[in-house]
Design a binder for this molecule. Structure first.
Ligand code: ADP
Ligand code: ADP
Length: 226
């Protein structure tokens, strides 16, 4: 089942920058696809289009067969994790994680139950009452991932989520993300400029080339290591 499609997509910003040129790509349910390429090749632009935050200059982007802008308004199907964890500093870990559930209107007990489940997944169930300033960068990113998972999104968008972390923390988060993907069967679109990260995490890699941003090749990764 197709989750995301780019059909002949060009993106030219009003500054004249051609960020994407003739992008054709079909992403299937359950795939973990990485957009891999040098800085400026249009990876974030592509992701923002899927989230309905940016519009194609030419061509069409569809998510679950719909215009992403309509989809965003009507559902919690898409979650977005940025490089910066973007937590609300005045809310505890628990209250940050339940935020998308509050916005959806689920009741308090359900919210807590779901929050506990996703915080356990990222190894932070003992930090419910901590505030973001009390956590390390890696822990904040874990909270951010937990918050994204709380709404049970069908599609998880991640833009260089681990870029700001040290190597050990990054590796530990990569392993956890792989476990989560295998368990939750979420379709993941992941932006990175790190080749090792793309190969380690993804089931498919969209290699992009810069100036203008084009899809250079599409690689299937076989994750069945011996
Ligand atoms: P990447 O994520 O691969 O680093 P981006 O999608 O952020 O690439 O950017 C692609 C190109 O478009 C770059 O040249 C960037 O400077 C430019 N760009 C990105 N966003 C905007 C914007 N809002 N306005 C103008 N130019 C932009
Ligand atoms: P769109 O044309 O896709 O709607 P916007 O022009 O609204 O995109 O810009 C999206 C975001 O990118 C804005 O927050 C803007 O400040 C930022 N931005 C602007 N220029 C650049 C650039 N050259 N590179 C990266 N980001 C940029």
């Amino acid at each position: 089942k197709e989750v995301v499609s780019f059909k002949g997509v060009d993106k030219i910003y009003n500054t004249g920058t051609v960020a994407l040129s003739q992008l054709d790509l079909s992403i299937q349910e359950g795939e973990f696809i990485s957009f891999l390429g040098p800085s400026g090749c249009g990876k974030s632009t592509a992701l923002r289009m899927v989230a309905g935050l940016s519009e194609a200059t030419k061509g069409k982007v569809e998510v679950f067969g719909q215009n992403p802008k309509d989809l965003i308004r009507n559902s919690n199907d898409i979650a977005y994790v940025f490089q910066d964890s973007n937590l609300l500093p005045w809310r505890t870990v628990l209250d940050n994680v339940v935020l998308p559930l509050e916005l959806r209107g689920s009741n308090k007990n359900t919210r807590k139950e779901i929050a506990m489940r996703v915080l356990e997944m990222v190894g932070l169930k003992d930090y419910l009452k901590s505030y973001p300033r009390q956590l390390s960068g890696g822990m904040k990113m874990r909270v951010s991932i937990a918050r994204a998972l709380a709404a049970k999104p069908k599609l998880l968008l991640m833009d260089e989520p681990f870029a700001a972390l040290d190597e050990m923390t990054r590796q530990s988060l990569q392993m956890d993300l792989l476990d989560i993907w295998k368990k939750e069967h979420t379709t993941i679109l992941f932006v990175t400029h790190n080749v090792y990260e793309a190969v380690y995490l993804s089931s498919k890699i969209a290699v992009m080339s810069a100036r203008p941003g084009r899809l250079a090749s599409l690689i299937d990764v076989d994750l069945s290591y011996p």
